[in-house]
Design a protein around this ligand. Structure first.
Ligand code: ZN
Length: 214
């Protein structure tokens, strides 16, 4: 804990003064352009891998970068999605999975989660992905987990589309959805090509060539 406190003191003494203008502007308003949904995993840091500043990304992080489909009792994730889309009017939502994801590994290897009932229950939102991934052949456990990570991103994009605010913004052409997978070991990102349903390097993905807002 001491290194966290020391980090804050360093931020207060060195970083904050050097970027006073940015924090002054942010003190009373925010206009993030994107909602970034990723895993809570300590190794995946959205602002670092996308080189964004404070104020740029509205972020949801949870175990498995999961978005429950919209239902009669919306929870925290649903409320945050709705706020980002309806109030902040983000133009893009990225769901970003990652390699070696503990949550996806637990699903892919059918790990016993009896001592973690909340996790077990939460991961049911990945059931569609689990069934699709299990129906595919896998050479080894690594490939089974990698497949689960990717199918989960696709399943959570589908869940996202069930949210009324998202459905409306999509119908009005005001919102773009993106599915990414970040590889921790290589620092690379693959993005889902919605036309082919395949993951391709982000640099060669069609969205990398579009101007902002297109
Ligand atoms: Zn994870």
């Amino acid at each position: 804990m001491q290194d966290i406190i020391a980090g804050f003191l360093r931020f207060q003494a060195e970083v904050f003064p050097s970027r006073k203008q940015l924090f002054k502007e942010l003190a009373t308003s925010q206009t993030p352009k994107a909602l970034f949904i990723s895993c809570s995993d300590s190794r995946m840091v959205p602002e670092l891998v996308t080189q964004r500043e404070p104020g740029d990304l509205f972020v949801i992080r949870n175990a498995g970068n999961i978005v429950p489909s919209f239902g009669p009792e919306p929870g925290g994730v649903s409320a945050t999605v709705e706020f980002a889309v309806s109030a902040l009017k983000v133009s893009d939502i990225v769901i970003c999975g990652h390699s070696d994801c503990g949550a996806m590994k637990a699903i892919a290897t059918c790990a016993c989660l009896d001592t973690m009932p909340a996790v077990k229950n939460w991961l049911r939102y990945s059931d569609a992905a689990r069934m699709i991934n299990e129906a595919k052949p896998h050479a080894d456990e690594r490939s089974r987990v990698d497949g689960m990570v990717r199918e989960n991103v696709i399943a959570q994009l589908n869940n996202l589309r069930t949210h009324p605010s998202v459905a409306l913004a999509l119908a009005q052409g005001k919102l773009n959805l993106h599915g990414w997978v970040y590889d921790i070991g290589s620092g690379s990102i693959e993005a889902l090509d919605m036309e082919t349903n395949a993951f391709v390097p982000l640099a060669s993905h069609p969205s990398a060539r579009k101007p902002d807002g297109a």
